[in-house]
Ligand binder design. Structure first.
Ligand SMILES: Nc1ncnc2c1ncn2[C@@H]1O[C@H](COP(=O)(O)OP(=O)(O)OP(=O)(O)O)[C@@H](O)[C@H]1O
Length: 238
C-alpha cells in the first residue's frame, strides 16, 4: 500500500473564470503532520476542496493512497480514510452531542475501530458533560470539539483541520491545540491550516506555503523557526 495518503500533481482549479490554483504539487504521507500556510485568499481551502472532490480541478491529478481519484465524489474520497473538518464547523445543530457523535461512527479503511464513542468522550471531557445538549446549545469551542470528535469517530488515517481555532478564546484554542497534539501522537496524519503559525510549527513536521495559488515555499518546522524572515516574506508576519 502506498505510504502517500493524499497527493496533488499540477493541480489547477477555477471558480467560474477566476483561476485560483496554478499547478500545485502537494502530498502527505502516513503519520505526517503538514502545516498548510498562506495569507487569506491564497488558495488553502480551495486546494483542500479540490483534493477532496468538492471542487473539480480543471487540470492535474489527485491520488488517494496511490490511486487516481481526480474529481471523484467527496464521499468516495472520505471512504478512503480521510476526515475533513471544514472552516466554520459542520455539526448538525438539531441533533444532540451524542447523536452527532454516533452518526459519524464507522470503522477505518482496514476495519480499525480504535476511536470508539468512549474514547472520544475521554479525549473531550467537555463533550461528556453535554451529551444531551443540542449542537446549537454549545459554545464555539465545544462545537469545534464536537466536529473534531465526529471526524475521529470515522477512524481516519488523515484528518484535515481548516482553521480549527478560528474565533475561539485563547484558552479554548489552547485546549484544541492540546487535543490536536494528542491526535497526532496516535499516528493519524494531519493537515493543519491555522493563522497561529507558531502553534502550527510546534506540531508540524513540514510546512507548505501558498502564495496566489502556487507553492511559494516548503520547509521543515525547524527551518521556519530558524528563519522568521521566510514567514515575513510569504505571510507578512513578523
Ligand atoms: N465558492 C467560491 N466562489 C468564488 N470564489 C471563491 C469561492 N471560494 C473562494 N473563492 C476565492 O478563491 C480565492 C481562494 O480562496 P480560499 O478560501 O481557497 O483561500 P484561503 O487561502 O483558504 O484563505 P482564507 O483563509 O481566507 O479562507 C479567494 O480569492 C476567494 O475569494
Amino acid at each position: 500500500m502506498s505510504d502517500v495518503l493524499l497527493e496533488a500533481e499540477g493541480l489547477h482549479a477555477f471558480y467560474g473564470s477566476s483561476h485560483i490554483l496554478h499547478g500545485i504539487d502537494f502530498h502527505i504521507s502516513r503519520g505526517e503532520t503538514v502545516g498548510l500556510m498562506g495569507r487569506n485568499g491564497m488558495g488553502k481551502t480551495t486546494l483542500i476542496r479540490s483534493m477532496l472532490g468538492h471542487v473539480r480541478p480543471r487540470h492535474g491529478r489527485v491520488a488517494v493512497r496511490g490511486k487516481t481519484m481526480t474529481g471523484a465524489r467527496p464521499y468516495l474520497i472520505a471512504r478512503k480514510g480521510i476526515a475533513y473538518v471544514p472552516e466554520g464547523r459542520g455539526i448538525f445543530p438539531n441533533l444532540t452531542v451524542r447523536e452527532n457523535l454516533i452518526m459519524g461512527a464507522k470503522p477505518g479503511v482496514d476495519g480499525r475501530r480504535d476511536w470508539t464513542y468512549q474514547r472520544v468522550l475521554d479525549t473531550f471531557p467537555r463533550l461528556g458533560e453535554r451529551l444531551t445538549n443540542g449542537g446549537n446549545q454549545l459554545s464555539g469551542g465545544e462545537q469545534q470539539m464536537l466536529t473534531i470528535g465526529r471526524a475521529l469517530m470515522t477512524n481516519p488515517d488523515l484528518l484535515i483541520l481548516d482553521e480549527a481555532t478560528e474565533g475561539l478564546a485563547p484558552l479554548i484554542a489552547k485546549e484544541i491545540w492540546y487535543i490536536i497534539r494528542q491526535i497526532r501522537a496516535t499516528g493519524i496524519a494531519t493537515i493543519v491550516i491555522d493563522k497561529n503559525h507558531a502553534a502550527v510549527t510546534s506540531i508540524s513536521d513540514r510546512n507548505v506555503i501558498l502564495v496566489k495559488g502556487q507553492v511559494a515555499h516548503e520547509a521543515s518546522s525547524a527551518e521556519l523557526r530558524a528563519n522568521p524572515d521566510l514567514l515575513h516574506k510569504h505571510l507578512g508576519v513578523s
